[in-house]
Design a protein around this ligand. Sequence first.
Ligand code: COA
Length: 259
Amino acid sequence: MEELVLAQKQGQVLVLTLNRPEMRNAFNFEMLRALAGQVDKVRFDSDVRCIIITGSGDKAFCAGADLKERATLSEVQVREFIFTIRNLFTSIENLPKPVIAAINGAAFGGGTELALACDIRIAADSAVMGLTETRLAIIPGAGGTQRLPRIIGRGLAKELIFTGRTVKMDEALNIGLINRAVEPEKLMESALEMAQQICENGPIAVTQAKYAINQGLETDISTGLAIESNAYWLTIPTQDRLEGLASFREKRKPQYKGK
Ligand code: COA
């Protein structure tokens, strides 16, 4: 059987591709488990410094939950699905390395929520996003009600969630929902280029910066600054910090080892 999530290493970048194109990469239980397996595998893989998540085909990044499967689930199974997808996206958000969503097409419901759990969103300018759940008389259940307002502000998030309306990429860019929009043919190139730039930097520093931003933003500023301070402290005894100083002195590119 075709793998539901493809994993391909390109240097220090791991590209994970949701692979149910005929179902517009909608999440059924099996694809959730496949993605969770890949996330667990990469967490402690020090050869991977950055992750890109994309969808196969040119139609959809991810059409959200598999509504055909959903129709067959009992209430308890729906609860299990929502619990599983919410925890999976949180574990992606908490990965100790940056995750870039390369949004290659429609991202609705859980598709947009997956993108929101990533650190950076790059989209094909033909893509469309939306938290469309209320149209189905449900609500975003994989973090959307929490992450969308934190990214675009509560007023706009409420508008988008209450109306269930979808946004094109010029609007998405304007409201800060995505970091950048590129021509569809340039999407992977652009995501890989950004990932590569991240990979060149000190991996411990990047991990600590992500940690400080994610944890610090959820608290008051003095606690946030204490989190930043602790995160900085962790970089001080590293070999990489000394390598950074040496490379500056010797006018060469640093070679960071994550030590
Ligand atoms: N769950 C299950 N099947 C889905 C699906 C989903 N979320 N999204 C798409 N599919 C299936 C379609 O039913 C269709 O299957 P069929 O050929 O057996 O009819 C196939 O994928 C192709 O979908 P289609 O709508 O023809 O493709 P498209 O490229 O024209 O449009 C989307 C793609 C994503 C814009 C459109 O499929 C869509 O709006 N999907 C529903 C998204 C949604 O509401 N998600 C839930 C949010 S809570």
